[in-house]
Design a binder for this molecule. Sequence first.
Ligand SMILES: N[C@@H](CCC(=O)N[C@@H](CS)C(=O)NCC(=O)O)C(=O)O
Length: 201
Amino acid sequence: MLRIHGTPRSRAFRNIWAAEEAGLPYELIPTSFEEAKSPARRHLHPAGKVPALEDGSLILQESLAINLHIARKAGPPLLPEGDDLSRCWQWTLFAATEAEPAIMRWAYNSYIRPPEERNPEEARLGMAESRPRMALVDEHLAGRDFLLGQPFTVADLNLASVWYGAWRNGFDLSPHPRLAAWLDRCLTRPAALRARALREG
Ligand SMILES: N[C@@H](CCC(=O)N[C@@H](CS)C(=O)NCC(=O)O)C(=O)O
């Protein structure tokens, strides 16, 4: 049984979605940001953050790596083999190193932090940094339903989960219509809807 530590309103949302896509049984261990810092939980996340995954004797941090692990357990089609496996690593690293830092700069300063702590210039820079990354994916999606063509894989899950907050919180996606349509496709899958119900419901 997978044990996911976090809350649906944290990055644990991605792991819930992945477990739902994989069809693997999982237990959500509700863990607030404060609880995650408790010394008793440091073995789960030495940095005192969420999410963390327990799978038997394996303990993992990093939400996108946790998703690769969940997908590995599920196997194809969620985690394909051969060159498509390498493409999943490529898109996951793009999500972690290119997409997420830029979009979080926007997100913290447009809807996550309390209004008095938001810096509009930081939000503007986060949006400006996100645009070329979104344009790149928009162009890649020409003639493709998903990042690897067909079918949906963990590459889609990981990148769509990084841009989920933007999609949900008013980031103007109109300059990137293929990206917007792809996010709609990913985030309205039955497994995504089940995960979203826990977060948004
Ligand atoms: N790169 C990490 C980021 C983990 C992270 O920053 N988690 C947030 C919640 S989504 C957290 O625990 N924040 C509390 C804090 O930083 O004190 C991942 O993807 O798992």
